[in-house]
Design a protein around this ligand. Structure first.
Ligand SMILES: [Zn+2]
Length: 342
C-alpha cells in the first residue's frame, strides 16, 4: 500500500499550478486545517556518510514520529508530484547556476560551499523539497496551515548554494506565488539559528516580499545580508528574552506588510542542546518549551489576522535522531493543535 496519496497530491498540485487557489478560498483561523506535505525522496540515504554533519535521516524520523504519535495519517499527506522545474527555480536563481548544479558541473569550490555530496538522487531530492514548499504554500492559501516536513534551505543565493542549501525554497515559493497572483504580498519569518541570508538577498529586490530573521548574531554566515527586519541575538539567549523580542518585532511587521501568506522557517538549531554549538560560533539556548511557545506565537499571530501560514522545518543538528525528530515535531504538533482548537 503506498504510504502517500500520490493521486490526491497530484490533483491538488495540478490545481495549484494552474492557479486555482484564489484569495476567495482563503480561510481564517476559524476554519484552519493542516495540509501535510512530504516525500520519502527528500532523504538520500543510500551511501550517506553517517558522520556527515547534515542529518539526512531526520526526514523519515520526523515523518514516522508524527505518524506514530497520531499527529498525522499517511493517507492525508500530499506528495509533490514532480521536482521543481526550471520555470520555478529560475525565478530565484540564475539559469547558469541551476544548470551547473543539476548537471554536476559546478566548479569544485562552488560544490564544496554547498557541502552536500552531489548525485542525481540528491538533485532530485533538493528539487522535490523546493516543490514541497511551493505545494505547502499553495495549500496553505486554502487550508489556513500547511507544513512541508522538509525545506528551509535559506542560505542559497541567486547564483550559488551554501550551507547544505543548493536552492532556496522560500524564495522560489514566494516569487512563484507573487508572479502567479496567488498572493499579493508574502512575508518570510525565519527563526532558524542562522540568518536567512539567501532569502533576504534574493527577495531584497521584490517589494511585495518582506523578510524577518531572528538569529544568533555570531552564527554563520559571517557576512549577513539585510532582511526587512533582522534581530541578531547574543550567544546563549534563552526562552524568556527570545520570546520577548519575538513579541516585540513580529506583530508590527505583520500589521505593516499585511501579507497574504507567511512562510515560516521553524528551524530548531536554536535549541540549547543542538550540536550547532560544537561547530558554529553562534548559538542560542532555547528549550523544548520555548520552541513550542515560539511556534505557537508565530502561527497564532498569523491565523488570528486571517493570514495563512506554510511551515518548513529548517535546521537542526542533534546527532541523537530521536531527540532531533522530537524537536522538529514541535511545530507540527503546534500546527495540529491550533487547527483542532479552531
Ligand atoms: Zn540553521
Amino acid at each position: 500500500m503506498p504510504l502517500l496519496r500520490r493521486g490526491v497530491a497530484r490533483s491538488v498540485s495540478r490545481a495549484a499550478r494552474q492557479g486555482r487557489t484564489h484569495k476567495s478560498q482563503l480561510h481564517t483561523a476559524s476554519s484552519a486545517e493542516v495540509a501535510w506535505v512530504y516525500s520519502r525522496e527528500y532523504a538520500v540515504l543510500d551511501g550517506w556518510d553517517s558522520g556527515h554533519r547534515f542529518a539526512m535521516e531526520k526526514y523519515p524520523r520526523l515523518f514516522d514520529r508524527l505518524v506514530q504519535r497520531g499527529v498525522l495519517s499517511p493517507s492525508e499527506v500530499c506528495e509533490p508530484a514532480d521536482p521543481a522545474g526550471n520555470e520555478w527555480l529560475h525565478r530565484a536563481h540564475s539559469a547558469e547556476y541551476v544548470a551547473g548544479y543539476c548537471d554536476g558541473t559546478l566548479a569544485p569550490n562552488a560544490m564544496r560551499r554547498i557541502g552536500l555530496p552531489w548525485s542525481p538522487a540528491m538533485v532530485r531530492a533538493v528539487r522535490l523539497e523546493v516543490a514541497g514548499t511551493l505545494l505547502a504554500a499553495r495549500l496553505a492559501l486554502s487550508t489556513g496551515i500547511a507544513c512541508n516536513l522538509g525545506g528551509g534551505t535559506h542560505h542559497a543565493q541567486r547564483a550559488a548554494g551554501s550551507g547544505f542549501n543548493p536552492f532556496n525554497d522560500l524564495a522560489v515559493a514566494s516569487l512563484a506565488l507573487l508572479a502567479e497572483g496567488a498572493a499579493r504580498r508574502v512575508l518570510v519569518v525565519d527563526l532558524d539559528v542562522h540568518q536567512g541570508d539567501g532569502t533576504a538577498a534574493i527577495l531584497s529586490e521584490e517589494p511585495r516580499a518582506a523578510t524577518f530573521s531572528m538569529h544568533a548574531a555570531r552564527a554563520f554566515p559571517v557576512r549577513k545580508q539585510r532582511s526587512t527586519v533582522d534581530v541578531g541575538l547574543p550567544n546563549g539567549t534563552g526562552d524568556e528574552e527570545y520570546l520577548r523580542l519575538l513579541r516585540e518585532h513580529l506583530p508590527p511587521l505583520l500589521d505593516e506588510h499585511r501579507p497574504d501568506l507567511v512562510l515560516y522557517d521553524a528551524g530548531v538549531d536554536c535549541h540549547g542542546a543542538d550540536a550547532v554549538r560544537t561547530f558554529c560560533r553562534g548559538h542560542l539556548s532555547l528549550t523544548d518549551a520555548g520552541l513550542r511557545k515560539r511556534d505557537f506565537f508565530v502561527m497564532d499571530e498569523c491565523l488570528s489576522r486571517g493570514v495563512p501560514v506554510a511551515t518548513v522545518i529548517g535546521g537542526g543538528y542533534s546527532t541523537d535522531m530521536d531527540e532531533l525528530a522530537s524537536r522538529h515535531a514541535i511545530h507540527a504538533e503546534v500546527a495540529a493543535a491550533l487547527a483542532n482548537c479552531s
